[in-house]
Ligand binder design. Sequence first.
Ligand SMILES: [Zn+2]
Length: 130
Amino acid sequence: MSKDDYWKKKLSKEQYHILREKGTEQPFTGEYNDHFIEGAFHCVACDALLFESNKKFNAGCGWPSFSDMAKSENIIFKEDTSLASVRTEVLCGKCHGHLGHVFDDGPTETGKRYCINSICLKFKPYTRSD
Ligand SMILES: [Zn+2]
């Protein structure tokens, strides 16, 4: 089975389009855009830990926004010249799925704004052992 066939089987049509064909979901439509519960955001395709709720903020742009990644080895960056301006693409470090873009206009001390498609994420609330 080719890699494309593998992902076509594993992902929904929209997930495939965004993760594997670098699509973008419509703003303000994603499940996690307006979602502020404590927990971790994993890659929907391969389950890698990508972001955590303590770095999530409301950027008002219509997509889940984070000021930093959870684990640097789970994120890779790539220069994206598909539009007139050069942007930095954010990909999952494990499965190389397209997640979104990162911008240098973040409001927190990191100065970063990770603008991530909600559909690429799977939220897991923190569990307590007690
Ligand atoms: Zn992944």
